[in-house]
Design a protein around this ligand. Structure first.
Ligand SMILES: [Fe+2]
Length: 177
């Protein structure tokens, strides 16, 4: 009695399986090399950032045309959110974000502080550490006494400092009733 072992028909699928495994290993290795390289580049950018534009450190930077901000201005010009009209002696909040597109926070590139001036008076400042735990946004609780705005108007001035892109300022007028 002849019993078919069945090994002949199985030979082809075994070869295919072997090739598949080799192809898979090759692909996996290539993937590991590529992802390793990407990680190295990311680490280099993280700890040894690209050269800074020194002209940004020569003065205070502003969004040149607030209606058509450049990508750099969008992520650096402070955005001041305020009620527009406030009552003297009553509490309100002013939020300052950096910026319209929230600026990144990492050990190589971060916002060092946000400051708020009310008229010519320094009102407050929030300092940020570089580990990236916080987003570059601060909320100030404000009360304007009547005698601080005799003509019924005040200007809010927000500044922020980016370690790679310098000092940036925005301002907004409010009415004080
Ligand atoms: Fe920046």
């Amino acid at each position: 009695m002849i019993v078919h072992s069945g090994h002949i028909p199985q030979e082809a699928p075994q070869k295919e399986a072997l090739m598949d495994r080799r192809t898979f290993i090759k692909t996996a290795l290539a993937g590991t090399v590529v992802s390793g390289l990407t990680a190295k580049i990311a680490a280099a950018e993280r700890y040894f950032p690209a050269k800074v534009d020194k002209s940004l450190f020569e003065g205070v930077n502003h969004a040149k045309n607030p209606a058509a901000k450049t990508p750099l201005e969008k992520s650096h010009a402070p955005v001041i959110t305020h009620p527009g009209s406030v009552k003297a002696g009553e509490q309100f909040t002013v939020e300052v974000s950096v910026g319209e597109t929230l600026h990144p926070m990492s050990p190589a590139h971060w916002i060092e502080y946000i400051e708020l001036r009310i008229g010519n008076e320094p009102a407050g400042r929030v300092d940020f550490q570089a580990r990236g735990f916080l987003k570059p946004r601060a909320v100030f609780t404000v009360v304007i006494p009547k005698d601080a705005a005799p003509d019924g108007k005040l200007t809010l001035v927000a500044q922020q400092h980016c370690n790679l892109h310098g000092l940036w300022e925005s301002s907004a007028d409010i009415t004080v009733l």
